[in-house]
Write a protein that binds this ligand. Structure first.
Ligand code: EPZ
Length: 420
């Protein structure tokens, strides 16, 4: 087990400016989209994350030569694709399921172990499998671990109605149907910016997709896709995490290389709370000017309040004067950070998928361990606000989704160190 820890000496106001990295949830599906072409591709503004490393090793395992040079990833001519994905790689990252769509499109068969759940929920793939079946694909339960997904002939475009606007399912349908015979329509599709980024790439490759960012996406199947060059959009979850860090430490920061419209819901909530937020073309200026007023939230699909920012929001609400209600409607078990926040002194009551927070005057530094990616970010925010020292273990979860977070925070005047 990785014994690295983060040590924070809390109580300092964040000041200065930082640059946001490329979006984890955009680069992952786009990396798997490279399987759809044999031509070289170049992806820039790629964040340095554990999940990106896992995706790159999976691509190389499948037979797509993929190399990362700093924040650029290049893929080269492919060898014959392997179609059995190893459990060790698939179980490390849920997003490995996004290899299925392109492999069905190219070689029409894949043997994969169930990606398995993770801390925040069971993370089933029933919607993915149902969507593949509608495209003419067969699912064979080989044994309790492996499923074989295959099509005897080319995939056939069809009309797919999603019971829930699942991000991953929308992405897998896009990746599977671009090379299908005929047209596919996705109704009740996910509208996240990362879906728009993936569709931008697929259209650069020669796909014919309309409706990006809307609930109805139409794909005209084509016979071949070419290489591409693409700069990944900025990570809106990373940006929101730093905005909240500034609010929690009563500081003032400038966030560069971001897309303010992707953060509209959070920024409007924070303005209502009393935080000063100024948006420019790709910069956001955040300044704490007075005690903030608690704001209830209910997580929702885009453009609603993102579930990936719920944990970080909770930390801020714990330190405001007054009561807050937070309802988590996307994942069934995304309150794992609550017990750790109570160790700082938070006053939180959990009832099913809702928590009731009574603000406290301050947090006291403590030692905590990370359960999942966004909970880890929340514990860092809590440590930045707490009086005294905080030690955070199991930090590998955090580096799955935050590029050099301790260095970026140090640059913002935080006293934070990663130690072995
Ligand atoms: C993506 O996960 C993101 N991950 C998640 O970010 C994000 O929280 C989530 O979308 C929601 O926005 C990546 O993009 C790599 P879903 P995904 O399919 O695609 C249920 C982070 O912290 N569901 O929209 O897995 C599912 O269990 C991560 O960066 C089914 O029931 O999310 C969940 O309750 C965490 N059956 C809900 O739908 C299915 O077949 C939303 O899942 C698929 C999903």
């Amino acid at each position: 087990m990785n014994m690295d820890r983060i040590i924070i000496k809390g109580g300092k106001k964040l000041t200065g400016e930082i640059t946001i990295s490329g979006a984890k949830n955009s680069v992952l599906p786009i990396l798997f989209a490279t399987l759809l072409t044999d031509e070289p591709t170049t992806i820039t503004n790629v964040p340095s994350l554990i999940d990106v490393e896992i995706a790159i090793s999976l691509l190389n395992f499948i037979g797509k030569k993929t190399i990362k040079y700093g924040n650029i990833v290049k893929t080269y001519i492919s060898n014959k694709y392997k179609y059995t994905l190893p459990y060790e790689l698939v179980q490390k990252m849920r997003a490995s399921i996004l290899a299925v769509g392109p492999l069905l499109a190219r070689i029409r068969k894949i043997k994969i172990s169930f990606p398995g759940g993770c801390a925040i929920g069971a993370r089933p793939i029933d919607m993915h499998l149902k969507a593949f079946t509608s495209l003419g694909v067969k699912i064979l339960n080989i044994d309790r671990n492996f499923i074989k997904i295959y099509a005897e002939k080319e995939l056939l475009g069809t009309n797919i109605n999603l019971r829930f606007p699942s991000v991953g399912t929308t992405e897998n349908i896009l990746l599977a149907s671009v090379l299908a015979k005929g047209n596919t329509t996705i109704n009740n599709a996910a509208c996240e910016p990362e879906i728009v980024d993936l569709i931008t790439v697929l259209n650069k490759m020669g796909a014919r997709i309309i409706g990006a960012g809307t609930k109805k996406i139409h794909i005209v199947g084509v016979s071949k896709l070419r290489g591409f060059c693409h700069k990944i959009i900025p990570d809106r979850v990373e940006a929101a995490t730093y905005i909240l860090a500034a609010a929690i430490t009563k500081g003032e920061i400038v966030i560069k290389e971001t897309i303010p419209k992707h953060l509209r819901v959070i920024n409007n909530k924070l303005r209502k709370s009393g935080l000063h937020i100024k948006e420019y073309e790709n910069t956001i200026h955040v300044k704490w000017i007075k005690n903030l007023i608690p704001q209830n939230i209910t997580t929702n699909v885009y453009p609603g309040f993102p579930t990936d920012i719920q944990a970080q929001w909770m930390v801020l609400m714990c330190l405001l004067n007054g009561n807050t209600r937070i309802e988590e409607k996307i994942f069934e078990n995304r309150f794992l950070h609550v017990s750790a926040l109570r160790r700082f002194g938070a006053n939180i009551l959990t009832k099913g998928n809702t928590v009731y927070i009574k603000g406290v005057k301050k947090f006291l530094g403590t030692s905590v361990s990370v359960s999942d990616l966004r909970a880890g970010a929340a514990l860092i925010l809590a440590g930045l606000a707490a009086e005294g020292e905080t030690i955070i273990s199991k930090i590998e979860h955090i580096y799955r989704g935050y590029d050099t977070i301790e260095k970026k925070l140090e640059k913002l005047n935080a006293t934070i160190k990663k130690i072995r």
